[in-house]
Design a protein around this ligand. Structure first.
Ligand code: MG
Length: 164
């Protein structure tokens, strides 16, 4: 059995925050604002995994009203979700991630993000792909007011003995 999941996230770019995408801190004069560390890549990927196995969304699992998640490292959300999937008999086939950012240029950091996502997903790097798009200078992405991410994952059932 295989299943797909998709996830999307957007966060505002504001002064006074570090820019963290896919767990990698990127030099830039602004960062993403949010309750946790606002890592839109890790949030989209976590949502894709939850979606693939029918576990709702990241807001159900890690509500932004919970003080425990204030300033939280979003790697924790992803790692816990991966562990949950494994416990339910699923493994990750591949993940494809598209980051939407007018600024900064992400070409130089795509490889580092890919390696880090593979580490967090506990898969070989060839099962992870990271793409970067600008917003063509239109809309909230194109005006560099926000950074967004879309993630798609495929998961495979490896243990049918665990009930869904
Ligand atoms: Mg988010």
């Amino acid at each position: 059995m295989i299943r797909v999941g998709s996830g999307h996230d957007t966060h505002r770019l504001e002064a006074g925050y570090p820019l963290i995408l896919g767990g990698i801190t990127i030099p830039y004069h602004r960062g993403l604002a949010g309750h946790s560390d606002a890592d839109a890549v890790l949030h989209a990927l976590t949502d894709a995994l939850l979606g693939a196995v029918g576990l709702g969304d990241i807001g159900d699992a890690y509500p932004d009203t919970d003080p425990r998640w204030k300033g939280a490292d979003s790697a924790l959300f992803l790692a816990e979700t991966v562990a949950k999937l494994h416990a339910l008999g699923w493994r990750i086939g591949n993940a494809d991630v598209t980051i939407f950012a007018q600024e900064p240029k992400l070409g130089p950091v795509k490889a580092a993000i890919r390696e880090n996502l593979a580490r967090l997903l506990n898969v070989d790097a060839d099962r992870v792909n990271v793409k970067a798009k600008t917003g063509e200078r239109v809309g909230h992405i194109g005006r560099a007011e926000a950074i967004g991410c879309h993630a798609v994952v495929l998961v495979e059932r490896f243990d049918d003995s665990v009930s869904l």
